[in-house]
Design a binder for this molecule. Sequence first.
Ligand code: AR6
Length: 163
Amino acid sequence: MDIEVVEGDITTQEVDAVVNAANRRMRGGGGVDGAIHAAGGPDILADCVRRFPDGLATGDAGWTTAGLMPARWVIHVVGPNRHAGETDRNLLTSCYRRALEVADELGARSVAFPLVSAGVYGWPQEDAVDAALETLRATATQVELARMVAFGRSAYELIASRL
Ligand code: AR6
């Protein structure tokens, strides 16, 4: 699998699936979650309600339509919330592993990722990058392209320096 980094907005990526940094309720929120629901339109929330009546566990992943976005699917993951005491790094690496498993179930060959937990959920950005890259490198998958989407120049520089 090729791993690349671009700077930009994940909602406009022309890939098979975009990954969302969601929360356990799976009913939308702020940050990248808010941007994805806004760009994809109400079909994403409707699909979340139908497919995840009880939400999703921290570290897990599940998919919905991508609605109006160029991607075909959204793969929602729930990263650990450090502010709520979720400091187990395995919960973060699990998000990337499970996202690739769901991508394989869907037959997605290109997947765009945000830096899960590195925003509202307070994971230190450098370790969020390391956890993402080491897990993407270590996971066997049919996905051919993993695109890290950096939201801003400093995130881009950081990810690029680790590739
Ligand atoms: N495209 C790519 N990356 C983005 C975008 C975007 N449009 N917008 C933000 N980011 P966060 P979390 C980056 O806070 O820390 C939500 O309310 C951002 O700069 O979106 O996992 C959910 O509903 C950061 O690097 O997710 C949850 O309640 C990264 O995406 C909670 O926040 C993740 O930041 C999840 O917190």
